[in-house]
Design a protein around this ligand. Structure first.
Ligand code: ADP
Length: 295
């Protein structure tokens, strides 16, 4: 099974012609609330791709909390260990302008209360095939979760987003690091993704750098770099492409499929998601991925 230790957020998205300047009020065109958060997105992606998935994290005691939990349960993600804590859920306040540019304020809310693991959390992690982590929970609990997985012989997959300087003790317990191009550069100071991937191999044994429409680059110690192209699609909305990629990749790796095959399958899942609007609602089901890949 796959366990996600990560965030849930309600995305509150206002669409406007031009974003307001400080002190200014503008009338928007439309508004949507979209369940998200990197952790929840990866959990839904993995569940839709056919994985058995459980989520550890927290939602608030507000209405958003109900909806965030409900979205996960609706996708068959086990939420027994998703806490409900007094106070607001995590929110992302997003203004999207007519040029597709955006400005975002993320308020961690309930996510910020996840500072330690319960015995139940630890038992769940210890019994998993893979643990998926991102950086939208307090860093200390991310390190604790990954360290516990490592001690239990469970493979850890870290998405280093939102990107920030990472302590060596986190790299030490990361098996597979999956940055996008921007994150790979921020972590290493190398603009070239090949150079960044090789630099990251000095701190973790396996790296996948995702390259948007250009696919991804896989690096492992003692092996040649592997470039996997992405299927060509007309991109409508690339929100959560990376989370879809990681969720599907986790399913394939959890089934013991070879890395090149797992990367092609994950790339196909992500490409399918960018052809449709939305985050979790755009993520493909297993049969769609298999059909698109022709398997
Ligand atoms: P993030 O969403 O985290 O910024 P990327 O933009 O690198 O990450 O996208 C992650 C993965 O999603 C890519 O490796 C690729 O497989 C797929 N993807 C993203 N954009 C496209 C696109 N325009 N066409 C096809 N696949 C895409």
């Amino acid at each position: 099974s796959i366990v996600v230790l990560g965030s849930t957020n309600m995305d509150l998205v206002a669409y406007v012609a031009k974003a307001p300047a400080r002190g200014e009020t503008v009338t928007g065109r439309s508004f949507r609330t979209i369940p998200g958060g990197k952790g929840a997105n990866q959990a839904v992606a993995a569940a839709r791709a056919g994985g058995e998935v459980a989520m550890i994290g927290a939602v608030g005691s507000d209405d958003f909390g109900y909806r965030l939990r409900d979205t996960l349960e609706h996708c068959s993600v086990d939420t027994d260990l998703l806490r409900t804590v007094e106070g607001p859920s995590g929110t992302a306040h997003i203004v999207v302008d007519d040029e597709g540019g955006n400005a975002i304020v993320v308020v961690p809310g309930a996510n910020g209360t996840v500072t330690s693991l319960s015995h139940g959390d630890e038992a769940l992690i210890a019994n998993a095939d893979l643990l998926l982590l991102q950086l939208e929970l307090p860093l200390s609990v991310v390190v604790d979760g990954a360290a516990h997985a490592r001690r239990s012989g469970v493979r850890t997959v870290l998405t280093p987003a939102p990107v920030q300087p990472l302590p060596p003790e986190l790299f030490d317990v990361t098996d597979l690091l999956v940055p996008n191009e921007h994150e790979a550069t921020a972590l290493t100071g190398r603009a070239d993704p090949h150079a960044a991937a090789l630099a990251l191999l000095e701190v973790v044994p396996e790296v996948v750098v995702t390259l948007g429409a250009a696919g991804c680059l896989y690096a492992a110690r003692g092996a040649d770099l592997l470039a996997v192209p992405a299927p060509q699609v007309r991109a409508v909305d690339t929100t959560a492409a990376g989370d879809t990629f990681v969720g599907a990749l986790a399913v394939a790796l959890g089934e013991g499929r070879p890395v090149p095959e797992a990367l092609a399958w994950a790339g196909t899942a992500a490409a399918l998601s960018v052809r449709r609007e939305g985050a979790s609602t755009s993520m493909p089901y297993r049969t769609e991925i298999d059909t698109a890949l022709g398997t």
